[in-house]
Design a protein around this ligand. Structure first.
Ligand code: FAD
Length: 304
């Protein structure tokens, strides 16, 4: 069996693999797509010490760094089940294989919920964005929409209002769902327009970049078009934990609950990165959490 088996090959999983391997323990990493969300990212400008890089380049660097160590990399493999037997954890793969380990680190990340309207996919990274901390500065002085009036949407609108020229917040329901204090702050800002009962219908562009968004007024049925340069989709971040339901403690949003050492509710099972309850889903944070979870797992192993 492995001493540590990591599930997920994004920033969190890669960091966990390097930290585990550097302890000289038997380490394996299973990933459906090595690199994770960074494969879908254009520019990365907030990974401290790297002024600017591109997502796919960053993903290759992650894998190269892991490959510099004695780690079994099992790429293009999906984990489907986690069980315990005879004091070992077992991870069952879609291929039918079962991997055994004394400790497991779950780093399966998350995915942004998409609007599924025409134009969204075509203009992803060309005006359609999902992360205000990442891409906000690209829209300095421009006009943007934020889709979603929950806490993350309203936080994004407040954040972006300080950078961009104007923010249009579109909420599907008849009122915002964000905390009252956030809504008060939002309504105090001069360059934000809030539109409720708005069903986003299409993202428009000129073939290269976004130039407008359309929405239907759900009360009157009228179709409206707002000219702008950016659309931030904030309708939820979904953790990749469907395969873990019932095995360990998840938050009501489906995120894995961890303690300060990355330990989950199951002894010997750790978790790190976007898949957990740790706030602020960012590469630099996932990397730190991955390192922490491997150190947590190592501490656990030496006590066995
Ligand atoms: P992920 O990157 O999601 O990796 C999860 C890994 O688990 C992947 O390898 C995946 O294939 C694998 N996996 C999932 N399920 C299974 C399974 N069942 N079995 C096996 N493997 C599985 N952050 C920044 O800091 N700066 C940015 O500029 C930035 N821009 C972004 C732009 C976009 C478009 C997106 C989508 C995100 C961006 N982020 C950015 C966020 C950042 O990418 C994430 O916070 C970070 O990748 C999280 O790392 P992670 O390792 O926790 O998860």
């Amino acid at each position: 069996p492995y001493d540590v088996l990591i599930v997920g090959g994004g920033p969190a999983g890669a960091a966990a693999a390097i930290y585990a391997a550097r302890k000289g323990i038997r380490t394996g990493i299973v990933a459906e797509r090595f690199g994770g969300q960074t494969l879908d990212t254009m520019a990365i400008e907030n990974f401290i010490s790297v002024q600017e890089t591109e997502g796919p380049k960053f993903a290759v660097a992650l894998e190269q760094h892991v490959k510099a160590y004695d780690v079994d990399i099992m790429n293009l493999q999906r984990a489907e089940k986690l069980t315990q037997q005879d004091g070992l954890h077992q991870v069952q793969l879609a291929s039918g294989a079962t991997l055994k380990a004394k400790a497991v680190i779950l780093a399966t990340g998350a995915r942004w919920r998409e609007m599924n309207v025409p134009g969204e996919k075509e203009y992803r990274n060309r005006g359609v964005a999902y992360c205000p901390h990442c891409d906000g500065p690209l829209f300095k002085g421009k006009r943007v929409a934020v889709v979603g009036g929950g806490n993350s949407g309203v936080e994004a609108a407040i954040d972006l209002a300080g950078i961009v020229q104007h923010v249009t917040l579109l909420e599907f329901a008849d009122q915002l769902k964000a905390d009252a204090v956030l809504q008060r702050k939002l309504h105090s800002l001069p360059n934000v327009t809030v539109i409720t009962n708005a069903r986003t219908t299409e993202v428009h562009g000129d073939g290269k970049k976004v130039n407008a968004i359309s929405y239907e007024d759900r009360v009157s049925g009228s179709l409206n078009k707002v000219e702008l340069e950016g659309v931030f989709v904030q309708i939820g971040l979904v953790p990749n934990t469907e395969w873990l339901k019932g095995t360990l403690e998840l938050s009501r949003h489906g995120e894995i609950q961890t303690n300060a050492h990355g330990q989950t509710s199951v002894p010997g099972v750790f978790a790190a990165g976007d898949v957990t309850t740790v706030p602020y889903k960012q590469i630099v944070i996932a990397v730190g959490e991955g390192a922490k979870s491997a150190l947590g797992a190592f501490d656990y192993l030496i006590r066995q």
